[in-house]
Write a protein that binds this ligand. Structure first.
Ligand code: IPM
Ligand code: MG
Length: 367
């Protein structure tokens, strides 16, 4: 099995976390005798500095020619407090999402039991939560016409029927293979684009009578996510509401550092941790690499159909957490301080666990 993987570390902690995830992919390939070849490309602030463009043509070309892309993060302090800058790192990420037709962003909210005490939400509220977000990724106010003068600004919030339909179908299919519940989140009491969204979701729902479909307004959904997260199975939502609600939902998983995501659509899949570039801790070996590692597992599962290998990574992460290892963001008052690791060391723990479990599996087969 041969696969071409493009790594785009981007900015901030992107380099540190993607190198851990890449090492995990290399380990899986070595174990299974697969050939994964890696290439690297620039995006975001790093690309602006080198070429003036947050998404150089060479990066998009390489992405189009690869089987999957592993991405880190984009963003830099320089732009955050200067709204006048026209060329921005985030534009690189938006342009590659559009350029690769990545219209569906899957964000699983997976709760590791071991991290129940890392969340600011009560453990008995969280227990048993398992949500899969489908965030639309190439429409909405993100991509509508933008106008800015000294005294006036506008971002057009646009949705076409086909854009809603294609992601709704994906989300309903996923719900069918899970607990058969889908909640669509919009703001149809106020927004015209949400009224189209709701109409189309209702039409698609008619083809899935076995899936229990509900609709919530985004503000109510934000509240219900914290009040009773267990009620949700698949959540289908727009680009902007999905952006907000998944950051909120990261607190269910304990930290942004735990949330993986997969962006899929017309071509190669794009795998990215949900967290940002966290440039305040960049280069300090403090970032949690687990979101990037879990994103690599999603790549194996979704793009390459390697379910067993993806599960192997997931189980290794679980065991490392069970053994008490933590990065700073998921440590709690109960954590043994000597078990708090840096980025590299956490990546190394996961690698060792993958190796150890592969060996023990082989031993089981031999006996
Ligand atoms: C995300 C991020 C991006 C987004 C930014 C970096 C452009 O917040 O992937 O959630 O808003 O989509
Ligand atoms: Mg976001």
């Amino acid at each position: 099995m041969k696969k071409k993987i493009l790594v785009i570390p981007g900015d901030g902690i992107g380099q540190e976390v993607t190198s851990c995830a890449k090492a995990v992919l290399e380990q899986i390939a070595a174990e299974k005798g697969y050939t994964f070849t890696f290439d690297e490309a620039l995006m975001g602030h790093a690309a602006i500095e080198a070429t003036g463009d947050p998404l150089p043509a060479a990066t998009l070309d390489k992405a189009k020619a690869s089987d999957a892309i592993l991405f880190g993060a984009v963003g830099h302090a320089k732009y955050d407090n200067d709204p006048t800058l026209k060329v921005r790192p985030e534009n690189g990420l938006l342009a590659i999402r559009k350029g690769l037709g990545l219209y569906a962003n899957l964000r699983p909210i997976v709760l590791f039991e071991e991290l129940l005490d890392a969340s600011s939400i009560k453990a008995d509220v969280l227990k048993g939560t398992d949500i899969l977000f489908f965030r639309e990724l190439t429409g909405d106010a993100y991509f509508g016409e933008k106008i800015r003068t000294a005294d006036y600004s506008s971002d057009l919030m646009i949705y076409h029927r086909f854009e809603v339909e294609r992601i709704a179908v994906k989300a309903f299919e996923a719900a069918r293979s899970r607990r058969k519940k889908l909640c669509s989140v919009d703001k149809a009491n106020v927004l015209e684009s949400s009224r189209l969204w709701r109409n189309v979701v209702q039409e698609v729902a008619a083809h899935y009578p076995d899936v229990e479909t509900t609709h919530l307004f985004a503000d109510t959904a934000a509240m219900q996510l914290i009040k009773n997260p267990r009620q949700f199975d698949v959540i289908l939502t727009t680009n902007i509401f999905g952006d907000l609600l998944t950051d909120e939902a990261s607190q269910i998983a304990g930290s942004m550092g735990m949330l993986a995501s997969a962006s899929v659509g017309d071509g190669a899949g794009f795998y990215e941790p949900v967290h940002g570039s966290a440039y305040d801790i960049a280069g300090q070996n403090k970032a949690n690499p687990l979101a990037a590692i879990l994103s690599a597992a999603l790549m194996l599962d979704i793009s390459f159909g390697m379910k067993a290998e993806a599960n192997h990574i997931l189980q290794a992460v679980k065991q490392v957490l069970k053994d008490g290892w933590r990065t700073g963001d998921i440590a709690s008052a109960a954590t043994d301080k000597s078990r708090i690791l840096g980025t590299k060391e956490m990546g190394e723990q996961v690698l060792q666990m993958i190796r150890a479990s592969a060996v023990s599996k082989q031993e089981q087969l031999q006996n």
